[in-house]
Design a protein around this ligand. Sequence first.
Ligand code: PLP
Length: 398
Amino acid sequence: MPSHLMAVYNRADVEVDRGEGVWLYSRDGRTFLDCVSGIATNSLGHAHPALVAALHEQARKLWHVSNIFRIPGQEDLARRLTQNSFADVVFFGNSGSEAVECALKTARRYHAVNGSPERIDIVGFAGSFHGRTYATINASGNPDYLKDFGPRLPGYEQLRIDDAESIEAAIRRPTTAAVIVEPVQGEGGARALSEQWLRHVRRLCTENGVLLIYDEVQSGMGRTGKLFAHQWFEGLAPDIMAVAKALGGGFPIGACMATAEAAKGMTFGAHGSTFGGNPLAMAVGIAAFDLIAKEETLANVLSVSAHLREGLERLAADYRDIVEDVRGKGMLIGVKLIPNNREMMATARGHGLLVAGGGENCIRLLPPLIMTIEEADEALVRLDATFAATRAAAAKVA
Ligand SMILES: Cc1ncc(COP(=O)(O)O)c(C=O)c1O
């Protein structure tokens, strides 16, 4: 049957039906251990009872109103986010891309109202991913995502993480507005930036009046064992931060968070969204936040991710012909492979395990933060079987 959908996704042959906790069930009766979690989104697992209850309760009261009215849930979620971070103010959208868009606009606007409208340049990094809108593909600079969409937008450049000289020159340039960086690169292959690197860039930005934007769309909301990944390091807060994915536990929410100073250009009329921060999203977001921010949840991320990491290192030692490197932070884990990662994802599906792809030929494991040790062991058993099957298939060909 011909599909009436735009063919922009390379979809796996799994027609999903329902989910519960770490498990995803397909229409044809297969059961999968889900280490994709909507790509780091369903962080409390599928159909978490507290989120389901929050959604039901709000659905009976009020789904949607325009932002021309006051929406109490927005104040409640913004209070939680600001009380637990560097930020003073929040703008709610519906996705990670929108959160990043708002961050980019906030940065440029800051300089405009500060009397420096020439400061428009956004300095990003190779291997980053900031979304799929025009501004965000320009901020990431991945040629595959820019191809055939006309000229690049002015004022965006990407540097290599290890090109210290160019980074310093770019931040010192008087036309630079902001640096945007993922403290742990997600799609780029689960690469955690070092404290030393982040500290250097933070210092350069502060010294030169350049704003620092963290994209914590994937690394935020508990994924690394802290509420936000940069909170692993003292004194390394950004000026602006984009958050999404797990913020809604599977319900579409994005948030741009900023200090009052950085957000001073975001005055009446500067930005907006029809759906951003609607009552349904806020009800689920508040329930998700309260569970994710709990000490027990973050402690679980640390213990289960350490267990997973240990198991993965063991597998890496057993399968030197398959695994090149295990990397990442907390439950944002990358396994850099020698065989093709897309084929490995398909083989894993055949063994009832869902893993995501990533840059540098990685597979990514992004399990729900509530995964138990037993479930982590089951994921390792299934990955072991996946690698064994890959090795056996390679031996057959040889
Ligand atoms: C770090 C990062 N930023 C931005 C985005 C874009 O988010 P969305 O797909 O919700 O627009 C993603 C999505 O994967 C991401 O990982």
